[in-house]
Design a protein around this ligand. Sequence first.
Ligand code: AMP
Length: 471
Amino acid sequence: MSQERVFIALGTDRADPATVFASALHALQAQGAAVVHASRVLTGPHLDEQGRPKPGQPDLHNAVAEIRWPGAPRALLDLALAIERQYGRTRGPGGNRQLDLDILAFGHRQVSVGPLVLPHPRATRRAFVLAPWEEIAPEFRLAGPQSSPGTSVLEHAARWRCLAAQQFLALAASAAPELPARATATRCLTDGEALRDWRSQCAGSVGVVPTMGALHAGHAALVRRAAAECDSVLVTLFVNPLQFGVGEDLGRYPRTLEADLALLGAAGAGAVYLPNTQDLYPEGFGTYVVPEGMDAFEGAVRPGHFRGVATVVAKLLLRTQPTRAYFGQKDAQQLAMIRRLVRDLDLPGEVVPCATVRDADGLALSSRNRYLEPAQRVRAQALPQALEELASAAASGEADAHRLCAGATRRLEEAGLTVDYVALVDALTFEPVGRLDRAVLAVAAARAGSTRLLDNRWIAPGAPVPKVGAR
Ligand code: AMP
C-alpha cells in the first residue's frame, strides 16, 4: 500500500448522509482502498457560485475521509465516478447530489490530466470542505510548486475563515460515518516470550499503538492508520500504574477487554500485547526515564505523570521494535514529550501523530468521558467550543495570546467548568507563545466535577486573500 495520504470529500443532499457516506467508504475499501479516518458530517446551505445560499435548495451534507490507495490517482477517480453512478448521481447541468466524491489531494502530487486536477482546485475556497478536512488533517500540506509540500489545510482554513466566516458558522456537525470493518483475527500476546515470538515472525514494517485499553474510535483511528501504513500492527494494552498520581483513578480506570478485542479486530490489529505489572516492573525495578522541562501544564497538574509515561513508552518501544509508533494529538504534550524522548534516547520507531477523533458534539473522545454524568457531559462541550471560538477570533485578526486565552477561559468558566489552563504553545517544544505569528497549538484542560477534560486545537493567524467567487 502506498504511504501517500489521500483525502476524499464526500457530499450528498440525501436525508441519511452518514449511511450514504458509510456505504461509499465501504465500496472504496471493497476495491482495495484502506479507509483510515473520516470527519464528522457537516451540514450547511447549498451555495451558489458566489458563495451565497441558493433559495429553495435542500441543505448539503459533507465530510472528508482519509484513505490509502494502492494504485494510480486516475484509477481512484474512475472508481469514485463508478460509485457515484451506483448512487444515481448525474454530473453536469441539471445533475443531482445523490453522492458526490471528489479527490482533494493525493499525497503532495500535483496532477492536471483531463478531468483529474490535484490538489482539487476549489477545495481551498469552500468552508464545507475546509472545515471537515481541518478536523482530520490540519497539518497536512497541499502540494506546492513541483509537488513540494505547500500551505497546510489549517492555514487555508484560517484564510478562508477570514473572508467567509459566515460559511463556517452556518455548518452544523453530526456524527461521523461508521468506517468499514477490516475483520482481522487479533492474537493476544500475554507475556514477553509470546511477544518476542510474534515479533520475530513479522516480515516488513511493524506499526505499534500503545494504549491503556478502554478503547474507543480515537484508538481505532490510530490502529487503522497503522494498518494502512504497515505490514503488521501491534497494539499494547497496559494500565501503567507509574503514570498515575496519588489520589488519581488507577483503581477505577475502566477495563473493558472483551469490547477492546472486538474493536481491535475491526480496526485491523494483528496482535495485542497485554503485559502485566510484574512483567514490566519486576521486583527490584528501579530505573526510570525522567524527561526534563515537563513541569508546566499537565506536568504541573500531575507531578510524576510524564516520568511514568516516558518510562513505560521507552520500555514498550524497546520490546516491540516498531518501524512506526502511533500517538494521538489529543494528548499533545505527551506527544511532544515522546517525540523528544525517541530522538534523545535513539529509541526505535518513527513517531506518527494522529488527529483527535471527536464525538458528534465536538468533545474529544476519551476513556475517561464515561465518568461524566449527563449534565457534566453537556457542560464538557464548552471545551471544544471555546477552542473553536479562539480559532475564529485568531482568524479575524486577534493575535495577542493573552487576550485569546482569556476569552476561552471566560467561556469555560461560564459553562461551569473549573479551568486548569488555557495557553498557546509551540507544538514541538510546548513553550508558551505570546503573539500568534504562525501556526501554534491552543491547549486547554478543565474539570467537570472530578473528571479532567483535555483538548487542543491548531490555531493559525488569518491572512486575507484576494476576494473571488466560491468556484
Ligand atoms: P490512552 O489509552 O488514553 O493512553 O491513549 C492511547 C493513545 O490513544 C494515545 O496516543 C492517545 O493520545 C490516543 N488517543 C486517545 N484519545 C484519542 C482521540 N480522541 N483521538 C485520537 N487519539 C486518541
